[in-house]
Write a protein that binds this ligand. Structure first.
Ligand SMILES: [Zn+2]
Length: 122
């Protein structure tokens, strides 16, 4: 292999590394936006439940809107799972590890989450 070939190979592997790094930076930025959005949606859903409960408190005739509250809570639960999934992905890219269940940061080779006790899936 002559000098120019070697140089071309070096440049191309360097470019690959740079483009991989750029992809990671873009993905981190996108994940952070997703995380922010989902956290806002969770807060909004919690406010909505609060309003339902307060409206019930004020009214003398209405019964507690249990099914509406339940379905909103299930929605929040789904969003919390999604939030943890995003956090896990973010930390995988950044080289950190999160508990898949509660989002706690996991140190090195721990097999169980120090916060919630769930087994760590690697
Ligand atoms: Zn945990």
């Amino acid at each position: 292999m002559d000098f120019m070939d070697k140089l071309a190979q070096k440049v191309s592997s360097g470019t690959r590394m740079i483009s991989q790094k750029t992809d990671e930076i873009i993905e981190i930025a996108e994940l952070k936006i997703d995380l922010k959005n989902i956290e806002e949606e969770i807060e909004e859903a919690k406010l909505y439940i609060g309003e339902l409960v307060y409206k019930y408190f004020l009214s003398k005739n209405e019964s507690m809107p249990v099914s509406a509250i339940n379905s909103k809570c299930r929605e929040i639960q789904r969003m919390e799972y999604e939030k943890n999934r995003i956090k896990t992905r973010l930390n995988k890219i950044k080289g950190l590890k999160y508990c898949n269940f509660c989002g706690e940061v996991i140190i090195d080779e721990e097999n169980y989450c120090p916060k919630c006790g769930h087994k760590i899936i690697r």
